[in-house]
Design a protein around this ligand. Sequence first.
Ligand code: ASP
Length: 339
Amino acid sequence: MLHFRTILTLIIALSSGLITITAFAGSGAPVAIAIHAGAGTISKEDFSAPLELKIRNTLKQAVQAGYQVLSSGGSSLDAITRAITVLEDSPHFNAGRGAVFNAEGKHEMDASIMDGSDLNAGAVAGVQNIRNPILLARKVMTNSVHVMLAGEGAEVFARANGIEFADDDYFFTEYRWQQLQKIKTAEKQDTQIQSEYPDHWLSTVGAVALDAHGNLAAATSTGGMTNKRWGRVGDSPIIGAGTYADNRSCAVSATGHGEYFIRVTVARDICARVQYQGVDLAVAADAVINGQLQDMGGDGGVIAIDPKGNIVLTFNTPGMYRASIDVNGNLAVRIYKNE
Ligand code: ASP
C-alpha cells in the first residue's frame, strides 16, 4: 500500500512539474566543469610535497563541489559560483582570502561572471574587504541594471545587498606579504619594476561549466598583480577579456598577464572563432593563446567548455593549476604542462 502511495506521489509530482529538474539531470544530459587557479612558471622546486598535495586537494574539492551542483540538476551559474567560493576561501590562491597585496599593502579584488543562456553578466573591480568577490559580481548581475561596479560604489552596493565583508586580517597571508616586500626591495633598485610580473605564479581563479539544461557559464576572480597601484584593473573582471559565455559557442575563463588579455579580448575572441569560423574549441583556444597572445608577448592560459561539454585547458606557460570533471564523470587534477 505504501509502495503504491509512493508511486502515486511521484506521478503527481512529475505531472505537476515539481521534480522535473531531478528527472532531467538523471536523463543523461551531459554536464561538465573545469576550474583553474592560475598559470605561470610553476615548477616542482617551488613547493614542498605537502603544499603541493594541499593545493591539489583544494582544486579537487572545488571542482567536485561544482560538479555536485550540476549532477543534482543545478545550474552552471550555481556550479561555478560554488567552485569559485571554495578557491576564494583558500589561502593558496590569488583571489578572496589569498589575494595579493597592492602597493599600499591592501587587497583590491576583481571578479566577473557571465550567463551563456542570455549573455547577462556582472563584474566588480578594485573592491576591498569583500570575503567572496564572486558573490558580489553575481549580485551585480542579478540585482542591478549594470554590468560592472568599481571601488567604493561597489562596496556600498555590497552592503545594501547583504554581501559578507571581512577584516584585513582575514586576507593576510605571510607568503603574499613577503612577495610584496621582495618587489618593494627590487623597486628601490630599479625604478622600472612596478609590479611583480610576469614570471611567477599568478593564481587567479576561474570556472566554466555546462549544466543539464544545456546552459554554459563562466566566472573569474582575482587579487590582480602584487604591488599594483593607481587603481590598476586587469582582464579578470572584463567581460570578453577574462570571462565570456555564450550558449552558441563556448564559455571561457582566463588567467595570465591581464594587460595582454584585455588587448586581445581573449575570451570573446575564442568564442567568436567557434561561432563564426565553425572551428573546434581546441583549435580556437590554441590560435588565440599560442598564436595571437603569445606573438604579442602575453603569458597565460584559459579553461573553456563548449555546448557538448568538450573541455579545453590551453596555456603557454610551464604550468597552470587546473581541474576538470568531463561528461563521463572523469576527474583530472593537474599542475604542470606534461602531466
Ligand atoms: N589576469 C590577472 C590580472 O592580470 C592575473 C592572473 O591571471 O593571475 O589581473
